[in-house]
Design a binder for this molecule. Structure first.
Ligand SMILES: Nc1ncnc2c1ncn2[C@@H]1O[C@H](COP(=O)(O)OP(=O)(O)OP(=O)(O)O)[C@@H](O)[C@H]1O
Ligand SMILES: [Mg+2]
Length: 264
């Protein structure tokens, strides 16, 4: 891989409080990168996986995505191995991305999901070398920043999704601190579900007060919520305001990724 290709390669973790829109945002970003011709792998790490639905798969197709076994990743390295891994465990989606499922709780009392978290850590560390954008939709909570040596320890940029509530901002602040301890080079806030300028102001000010730069704020869009309820297979066209906010987020991510690591 050339130095330029290496530089363009982006490993993005999408985190935040429960229900703020991590899966929705992950799918929108994955789609946007795929539309730009990038080779995108989206990884679902939720033990109750549903990223596939947001990427346009049916429920049956989402549930049929095989869980990536730890043994398939350990000791991987090199382009061929990554391609084999994607061919065997990845599933193409109507959004133009490949979906990998890393964690699934198939039965009650089936045990912890540490193995799955370690798998994702290894994937980000060295397995997916020929992929342009690796995007990880994380389960809610902070455990992924401590568990198995930090599931997202090898991410380049962490996007902390926040809805306009104090509690989601508080989660973002805690997340940002843990990310700093793990050595993740960049953390950006991403506001979601803003219903007006006052929500945008709140998110920008509250995240700013925690030292978190806001990459962009996506509006609350009834079409996004309706598509989720309907379980549409084809992702709906984006409203112009959502599209514009996403463009802002992509530009902010690109800017920090191209620059030096934040001194935290
Ligand atoms: N910008 C938006 N406008 C309207 N509705 C939205 C928006 N973003 C997300 N939603 C809705 O909010 C709900 C939660 O979204 P989503 O499942 O993406 O959140 P999450 O953070 O992944 O949740 P979890 O913590 O359970 O994984 C869904 O019904 C989704 O359609
Ligand atoms: Mg989710």
């Amino acid at each position: 891989m050339t130095a330029i290709a290496e530089q363009l390669r982006l490993k993005l973790g999408v985190v935040g409080k429960g229900g703020v829109g991590k899966t929705t945002v992950s799918s929108l970003l994955a789609r946007a990168y795929a539309e730009r011709g990038r080779h995108v792998v989206a990884i679902d790490t939720d033990s109750n996986p549903n990223l596939g639905l947001s990427l346009g798969l049916s429920l049956a197709e989402t549930e049929a995505v095989p869980v990536l076994p730890r043994a398939a990743v350990v000791g991987t390295g090199g382009t061929t191995a990554a391609a084999d891994l994607i061919a065997e465990y990845g599933r193409p989606t109507p959004a133009g991305t490949t979906l990998l499922s890393a964690i699934k709780v198939a039965a009650a009392g089936a045990g912890c999901t540490c193995g799955g978290h370690a798998t994702v850590r290894s994937l980000l560390a060295d397995a997916l070398v020929d992929v342009d954008v690796t995007l990880v939709d994380m389960e809610a909570g902070l455990e992924h920043l401590s568990r198995s040596g930090g599931t997202l320890a090898h991410a380049d940029v962490l996007l902390v999704v926040c809805d306009p509530t104090r509690k989601s901002v508080l989660t973002a602040a805690r997340t940002s601190a843990l990310a700093g301890e793990l050595g993740i080079p960049h953390v950006l806030g991403l506001g979601n579900k803003a219903r007006g300028p006052e929500d945008v102001e709140f998110l920008t000010a509250a995240l700013g007060a925690e030292g978190i730069t806001v990459a962009g704020v996506l509006p609350y869009d009834p079409e996004v919520a309706a598509a989720d309820r309907a379980g549409d297979v084809a992702p709906p066209p984006l409203a112009p305001a959502v599209h514009a906010a996403l463009e802002e987020v992509l530009a902010a991510v690109e800017m920090v990724h191209a620059g030096p690591a934040a001194g935290r």
